[in-house]
Write a protein that binds this ligand. Structure first.
Ligand code: UFG
Length: 335
């Protein structure tokens, strides 16, 4: 199949492109490189032996997206393009709404022009909001977000539901990711945020590498077994494989379907730090600090629907996630 991947040079997108190519698909990436590296297409080629077709394009630009659809017969789209930093989205909300919604709508409109009917969307567990109890399942109401980034995910899910309702031969698979961490085992692809990381795993890795002095654990007084927050961490390669299953599923599916991609297990911040130390033999100095605004104590998936519909489960261990993150961080910091 020819799969169009807006945002395919990013963290999850690049790992997904590797899995798509290894499964025999032709991959066409569009990425403006605003939060990714120009080396990524070459790195995908080094891993797979096949270069993805790459366009340095902002997919909010409809004419450019049309040119791509004219040049290639696109069978399915996996849409990753979007800004993703929760804190930043609170500071510059208009930019988040404009970019995330515009890019999704532009791709959707061009798909319609060219008769492409399979859309896999990069959604997030953030759509479950603060009111639902864990573990989250797809039947729960997902109507309230706590920040503009989360609202863009909810709004795009709604756009795709409405679109699928109006076009009975259209399939939208709304993949709700939990906390992807880890890196490709080659060390060539991984999460390499600009500046000081917001997310736990890249922060831990930079402390371990001596780039940052210590980690602050945000809150040690939550109602959890060790007082720190629980999250559903999954290996990014497992997550990427979930996308492969999702496009296969979309081929014989119509309508809009939300599917969690998580392990179904909650792991605390302290457990993750200790797992990292055990897997790598490197110490991670930390202090317990104040809670971070907006953090939920507990967030993990009910992962049954993905198993049932897609035949997918996340199987890699926390130790593998830590080992692969560390391997990647060492390679990046040697550059
Ligand atoms: N944490 C720390 N110290 C840090 C960074 C994080 O203690 O320096 C803690 C957080 O408080 C939280 C846990 O580590 O308890 C995980 O935090 P992340 O920032 O890595 O991830 P979040 O669960 O906050 O957010 C992630 C994604 C969002 C998504 C959200 C909900 O980054 O895109 O899950 O699905 F919206």
């Amino acid at each position: 199949m020819n799969v169009f991947v807006p945002g395919g040079a990013g963290y999850i997108g690049s790992h997904t492109c590797v899995e798509l190519i290894q499964a025999g698909h032709q991959v066409i990436i569009a990425d403006d490189l605003s939060n990714s590296s120009a080396d990524v297409p070459q790195r995908i080629k080094t891993i797979t032996g096949t270069a993805p077709i790459f366009y340095q394009v902002d997919v909010c630009n409809k004419e450019k997206v049309r040119e791509i659809f004219k040049a290639h017969h696109i069978d399915a789209v996996i849409h990753f393009a979007g800004y993703k930093a929760v804190g930043e989205s609170c500071r510059i909300p208009a930019k988040y709404y404009r970019n995330n919604i515009d890019s999704a709508l532009t791709v959707l409109e061009v798909m319609e022009e060219f008769g492409c009917k399979k859309f896999v969307f990069s959604s997030s567990a953030t759509v479950y909001g603060p009111m639902n109890p864990v573990p989250y399942n797809e039947e729960m109401p997902a109507q309230v977000a706590t920040n503009p980034y989360g609202w863009t995910k909810l709004m795009i899910e709604q756009i795709l539901r409405d679109y699928a309702a109006a076009h009975p031969d259209f399939s939208a698979i709304l993949l709700r990711y939990f906390n992807p961490i880890g890196a490709h085992s080659s060390g060539l692809l991984g999460d390499d945020p600009n500046g000081i990381p917001n997310n736990l795993m890249p922060y831990v890795a930079r402390v371990a590498a001596g780039i940052l002095p210590q980690l602050t654990v945000y809150g040690g007084d939550y109602d959890t077994p060790d007082g720190t927050c629980l999250r559903d961490y999954l290996h990014v390669v497992d997550l990427a494989k979930g996308h492969l299953k999702a496009i296969d599923y979309a081929m014989n599916h119509t309508g809009a379907e939300a599917i969690n991609l998580g392990t179904g297990n909650g792991v605390s911040v302290l457990e993750l730090i200790h797992a990292f130390q055990n897997a790598t033999g490197v110490k991670v100095p930390y202090v317990i600090g104040a809670r971070r605004d907006g953090d939920l104590a507990k967030c993990w998936a009910n992962a049954e629907k993905a198993k049932k519909l897609l035949g997918w489960s996340a199987d890699m261990t926390i130790e593998e996630m830590c080992r692969d993150t560390w391997n990647f961080t060492q390679k990046v910091s040697q550059k």
